[in-house]
Design a binder for this molecule. Sequence first.
Ligand code: HEM
Length: 196
Amino acid sequence: MSSMTTERRRLGDLKPDPEMWAALDDGALLTRILDDFYTTVFADPRLAHFFEGRTKDWVAQKQYSFLCQIFSGAPVYFGDRPRNAHHWMVIDDALFDHREAIMEACLRRHGLPEHLVQRWMSVEEIFRKQIVKAAPVPRKVNGAALPLEGYDRIVLDSGTLCDGCGAEVGTGATLTFHVRTGKGYCATCMPAPDAR
Ligand code: HEM
């Protein structure tokens, strides 16, 4: 664990970084790094529980497009901003540092030059204040805070698995999901109110 951790790391910036993107072999090395990183995270006793119901490939793919957009400047990320993506997770500085230590070790394992390891870590430090919190916060859409409790429904544009029975819920089907935890249920496990 580097000594920089306690006295918070200098914040990086979100400008495209051609030197970093070249060192990441235009993405090929980034894919290997994220596969290795999430293999560790999914087996980590302090982090794994957050990813219940999510596959490693799904999370790695999201993180790939997020970091690819930052490092290459290509407009390829269409997911949530970190504040919303982690709105329901209670994460303290120590746990954030723990995740960052796993990332730092992973970057070195893949031979990223030390000055780029520090640059990558400084970029991630930007998101600490959006992610670290003592209690869940409401998701914000267009500035409006959504409720922290209750269920909502969505017609799926890609398939997923029901968090109740594990059955596949296909494209076009309606999924009932918890607005804070994101856990989703098929029509059998949670029939729509008017179908009850
Ligand atoms: C202890 C620290 C962290 C934990 C436990 C964590 C956990 C998670 C989990 C469980 C998801 C999936 C959320 C869901 O689908 O409901 C997620 C998504 C994501 N995380 Fe993190 N994360 C952490 C730190 C970070 C950091 C430092 C970054 C940025 C550098 C980051 C960027 C993202 C992005 C871009 C997504 C995808 C959002 C989307 O699906 O639209 N996370 N994270």
